[in-house]
Unconditional design. Sequence first.
Length: 209
Amino acid sequence: MQRVREVEAVHVFSLAGPARHREAGRHRAPWRALLSWLLGDTDEAALTRDPYGRVAGTDSDVDIAVCAEEERQFVALARGTSVAISGRRVPGRVDALSLLPFSAPERSFIAAAPMEMRASRLTRLWTRKEATLRLSGGGFSRADLVDVLCEEREGRVVVPDAGPSTWHGPDVAYVHDVPDDAGVVVSVATSCPVREVFVWQLDRMPVTA
């Protein structure tokens, strides 16, 4: 049996703050300022996007993933593996429309939870699913075909083939649930197994001398 390559760690930064600054002279989203600081580059041009909107550092061997929500922004960094991230606030309720991206077993899993826990369980499955699909790069039309009912916290997810005319990335993703603030659910997906996921909660941007 061929051994699957394993990487050391993924670092997830959870940054408080609105997605857009309205103050005069502050045009960068917090995640862009954070990445410039982490990568040691003050030039925004060093950050580019691939055809699927994923952020990349032009002169860095670190893979970058960003998910910018209104209240918090999430940045994942990893070396030796592709990485994607999804962070969502738990909705107030679960309705029929919100269940559409899920398979029949996933819907049963959500329905089996106590009423007050269903929205949280749905959001956990969705962030796993969204991170997996972002990693594959093939779009969300296959969402209900991606089974994210992993037996353990760090689980292996098989990504369905998007077809010969559509490019997509890894056909297997490894999803990891990331602890964050109450009411917010975060998951990362990597193309290789990861030994550890480190989470850094930031209420403001680090300041250097």
